[in-house]
Ligand binder design. Structure first.
Ligand code: PRP
Length: 177
């Protein structure tokens, strides 16, 4: 955990007014581009939740990078929970709101084995709309949520409560701002 926090502190790029005025965007792409940073963050996310899991779900789009890395690292498969209109098969979907807009997430329920224990992985927990919608979709598809693991939690935006309203599973952040 220490090396992940150090990599995040040293390499995260802070961009003001992105993607819209007033939003302070914390860009972790430099952390992921660094081999040590990627490994440290992947390891930290992989052990963030103590509950066992047998499948990882990555949230569109930066959560795909992290989710796939965690899945390989832990010997699991990975699900893509995608923004509307991107998945080819039969989907279930859920509308959500977030810090700078609204959206809709979709999932292939046929890719979720009945009762699968799923670790939800994303880069940032902000208002929690994205992660809460993802948990709701997974539960609707017959999965159980093992936990939600994110790189960064923006505490002032209160997302944790919103996710905890969608699932009883633990919500863990590598670093909180
Ligand atoms: C960002 C981030 C999280 C979400 C967090 O994704 O990657 O998924 O917002 O916000 P919330 O807690 O308020 O829902 P974004 O929708 O910008 O998509 P991207 O990864 O494709 O840039």
């Amino acid at each position: 955990l220490g090396s992940a926090v150090t990599a995040l502190e040293q390499l995260t790029r802070v961009v003001s007014d992105f993607p819209s005025a007033g939003v302070v965007f914390r860009d972790i792409t430099p952390v992921l581009a660094d081999p040590g940073g990627l490994m440290a963050v992947t390891q930290a996310l992989s052990v963030a939740v103590t509950q066992p899991f047998d499948l990882v779900a990555g949230l569109d789009a930066r959560g795909f990078l992290l989710g796939a890395a965690v899945a390989v690292h832990t010997g699991c498969g990975v699900l893509a929970i995608r923004k509307a209109g991107k998945l080819a098969g039969a989907v279930i979907g859920k509308d959500y709101s977030l810090e700078y807009g609204t959206g809709r997430l979709e999932l292939h329920p046929d890719d979720v084995p009945a009762g699968a224990r799923v670790l939800v992985v994303d880069d940032v927990l902000a208002t929690g709309g994205t992660a809460a919608a993802a948990c709701s979709l997974l539960i609707q598809a017959g999965a159980r949520i093992a936990g939600v693991a994110v790189v960064m939690e923006l505490v002032d935006l209160g997302g944790r409560a919103r996710v905890e309203a969608a699932t009883d599973a633990p919500v863990v952040a590598i670093c909180a701002l």
